[in-house]
Ligand binder design. Structure first.
Ligand code: GDP
Ligand code: MG
Length: 163
């Protein structure tokens, strides 16, 4: 049996970059066409021998009348409701921001199965942010670079027990 993973996190942490890496370029190109963008994007992910469904909370970056916080909450709750587990991304170069803390609270309140990942973790500039991520109380962060494909073995090890 397979599983569904929701990639959650505040805007700009690298959710879509990771989604595209997991799903591959073909679907990403289709979805990037104007008018095709939806609030939640779903794709079939491959990571080593793992096959799973992945959801990207993609609508956060679009400007609307609603506050970012309200939109983040609504979309994240929807994605979590559809998923068996969520991969909560923070930006290790920026560190933990209030918006990350708010999301961590939402995930805790929903009793979501959370795998924490510190993205943009290529290079030493990310070390402080990775340490901050421990303080979220959501377990040890998996150190990854969605853009450079680093840490994918550790991500595999974190996801494999979900099968
Ligand atoms: P989203 O808003 O969470 O979907 O974030 P995006 O995937 O759109 O990425 C936001 C920005 O972060 C883009 O400029 C990406 O190129 C950049 N980015 C994503 N992953 C990484 C990474 O692993 N390292 C670095 N340095 N930049 C990244
Ligand atoms: Mg995105």
């Amino acid at each position: 049996m397979s599983f569904t993973l929701a990639i959650v996190g505040r805007p700009n942490v690298g959710k879509s970059t990771l989604f595209n890496r997991l799903v591959g370029k073909r679907l990403a190109l289709v979805d990037d066409q104007p008018g095709v963008t939806r609030d939640l994007r779903e794709g079939e992910a491959r990571l080593g021998d793992l096959r799973f469904t992945v959801i990207d909370t993609a609508g956060l970056e679009e400007a609307t009348d609603e506050s970012l916080q309200g939109r983040m909450r609504k979309l994240t709750e929807r994605a979590v409701g559809m998923a068996d587990a969520c991969l909560f991304l923070i930006d290790a170069r920026v560190g933990v921001l209030p918006a990350d803390e708010i999301l961590a609270d939402i995930l805790r309140r929903k009793s979501a199965h959370v795998i924490l990942a510190a993205n943009k973790a290529e290079g030493a500039a990310a070390d402080a942010g990775v340490i901050e991520a421990f303080a979220l109380g959501l377990g040890d962060p998996v150190r990854i670079s969605a853009e450079h494909g680093e840490g994918m073995g550790d991500l595999y090890a974190a996801l494999a027990p979900l099968v």
